[in-house]
Design a protein around this ligand. Sequence first.
Ligand code: GTP
Ligand code: MG
Length: 312
Amino acid sequence: MHFRALNHIFTKFLFTNKSATALHTRSMACSRYEYVKSYEQDDKILPNVWIVIRIDGKKFHKFANAHKFEKPNDENALNVMNAAGIAVMEEFRDIVLGYGQSDEYSFVFRKDTSAFKRRAAKLLSYVTSMFTSSYVLSWSQWMQRPLSYAPCFDGRIVLYPSDENLRDYLSWRQADVHVNNLYNTAFWKLVLESGLTNQQAEERLRGTFSSDKNELLFQEFGINYNTLPAMYRKGTILLRKRVVLDSQDEQEKGRQAIVPIHEDLIGNEFWKQHTEILGKYVPGKHVVNSLNKHLERQLAKQLEKQATIAEI
Ligand code: GTP
Ligand code: MG
């Protein structure tokens, strides 16, 4: 008899006979191939360390050009990044802080998280893929032109044993924004407004200190760098808070949401104000000024999403 016909009869017999099916399943589970599973490596992260996951856009200089991002900062493109960061924090509740700037986002998991049994590959791949899919989903909410190709992000895990190490890590990322943004602001002013070529602008800024660039912006373009939008100068910090509108009763408990703020996190003040990050994690309270329409819009979107998920 033809092999295919024989196979068909055998399969039919196997699956119409319950005990035979169980036998089949058991023999599958203990197949001689199963030993390959032992090649998988245990990637459980050490207990009691801060787990930081940083994702970064692949070749975003090209992606930014292809999608005509404004230079040096495209407010809407940064809002897409923030929306993706918020989506990640909504999904993974053990993340106590997110920090985003340019095409990167860092997420800090609480030290005692047991999410995915602290398995590194699971944590990293879930966060990276959740960020990427949320970036794509949020795109049309902020951007006018359609996505012309799929963006992608790399991801890495870094572990920090002490609170000081964690603070230094975040300070490093925020100092990076400052250095890059001051340079880029001066660079693009020279190119776009003074008509210098990229090379001329580069030469003009070579060897200059921060104070020189501040002076150049002020003298030549009438710009006080410190008055530029805080999101560009400080990046975006995402914190989980109980949100209360300033029009609401002070006793109101508020709804939990992820709040984007653009503050200095290098100094001590930030850590005194948001003690929940390093302490026993209980979301602090955040009073939203009803004049802050942008923040209101962000929060309304989150509450809408929470309601939709609850309905499903
Ligand atoms: P890889 O990360 O190594 O793949 O390269 P990359 O091109 O993504 O460079 P990197 O991550 O170092 O830097 C991010 C780049 O994204 C910046 O250099 C900018 O070119 C671009 N970018 C990020 N945000 C903006 C923005 O708001 N406006 C513009 N115009 N460009 C941006
Ligand atoms: Mg990049």
